[in-house]
Design a protein around this ligand. Structure first.
Ligand SMILES: N[C@@H](CCC(=O)N[C@@H](CS)C(=O)NCC(=O)O)C(=O)O
Length: 303
């Protein structure tokens, strides 16, 4: 599998770590932190979040769907969010909404700026801040205000600590499940990108964070965006399973996009669907591609 990602991206870290945990060899394409993204725009023509996974002419949007795909491919159903029970799903929804925003907005602005300048230069940092301010302005779900963010993130760590201290090492029990990876990347962002010290007074979280981080990113190498696009040209989309291809709305032209922020949509013809996934076909200059979206957190409209 191929992952379009960039080093500072927390949702990409969730998947990089899952590759390490499952021992799945992967290839990465370092994607620009903000559009334009020449490695993806010709194919996705709309959807703008990172990470995106690719297998030949099939593209998988959103870290939850990428987790589901990886779970199916390496026969680890516990990594699929659909495998979470209702309680875990509720917790996960909080993790990737309020807790995620709190981990970002609670960092001092000067620290974020320092990392941006280090990673993408002063001009890049200026463009990034302008870009994300635009995303926040148009978002349907608003980030936690910086004033509340620190306390919210601290409450989250204390809650996590209580659960981990009473458990068997991971949120999933003796081995990690999807929730562990969804909980890991916010603390990773604080520690690695934010360069925050180890949080005090939450020893079970600290031990768990170290255990998770030890999985590493596994065997991987970076390739160029052009190589990834060549892989599209050299491939046909994977066959859609009869169950998904038989969905009532197959054949309709639709648009699909996230329902929270960075809500840009991608248009195509629906070629498959089930409870958790929509698949659309698009004709691109590199040939026909199939783009997979999760149904959860996304909106489908007839075009
Ligand atoms: N629900 C998405 C969230 C991904 C996300 O927010 N990614 C960030 C970068 S880590 C992003 O793309 N932000 C806005 C943008 O670049 O348009 C997922 O799970 O993949």
């Amino acid at each position: 599998m191929l992952l379009h990602h960039y080093p500072m991206s927390p949702y990409s870290e969730k998947i990089r770590l899952m590759f390490g945990y499952t021992g799945t060899p992967w290839q990465g394409v370092i994607s620009p932190e903000m559009p334009p993204r020449p490695n993806l725009d010709p194919v996705l023509a709309g959807y703008r979040k990172i990470p995106v996974a690719q297998d030949g002419a099939d593209f998988y949007c959103d870290s939850r769907l990428i987790s589901a795909e990886l779970a199916a491919r390496c026969d680890r159903p516990e990594l699929d969010p659909a495998h979470c029970d209702e309680g875990a799903l509720g917790l996960e929804a909080g993790l990737e909404k309020d807790v995620f925003w709190a981990c970002v907005t609670s960092l001092p602005g000067s620290q974020v700026l320092k990392q941006l300048v280090r990673n993408i230069s002063i001009i890049g940092a200026y463009r990034f801040i302008k870009d994300r301010a635009g995303v926040a302005r148009k978002a349907a779900s608003k980030p936690v205000p910086p004033k509340e963010a620190k306390a919210l993130f601290r409450r989250h760590l204390e809650g996590l600590d209580r659960v981990l201290a009473a458990g068997d090492g991971f949120l999933g029990g003796v081995a990690p499940n999807h929730l562990d990876f969804a909980a890991y990347h916010t603390l990773w962002f604080q520690r690695i990108v934010g360069e925050r010290p180890e949080p005090e007074g939450v020893p079970a979280v600290t031990a768990w964070y170290d255990r998770m981080g030890a999985f590493g990113h596994g065997e991987h190498r970076e390739i160029s965006g052009d190589e990834a696009l060549r892989a599209v040209r050299d491939s046909e989309p994977l066959p859609v399973s009869p169950g998904r291809a038989g969905h009532a709305q197959v054949g309709r032209r639709v648009t699909i996009g996230p329902d929270d922020y960075a809500m840009d949509t991608t248009e195509g013809v629906l070629v498959g669907a089930d409870t958790h996934r929509w698949i659309i076909a698009r004709d691109t200059e590199y040939g026909t591609v199939h783009i997979h979206f999760p149904t959860e957190g996304f909106t489908l409209k007839l075009a």
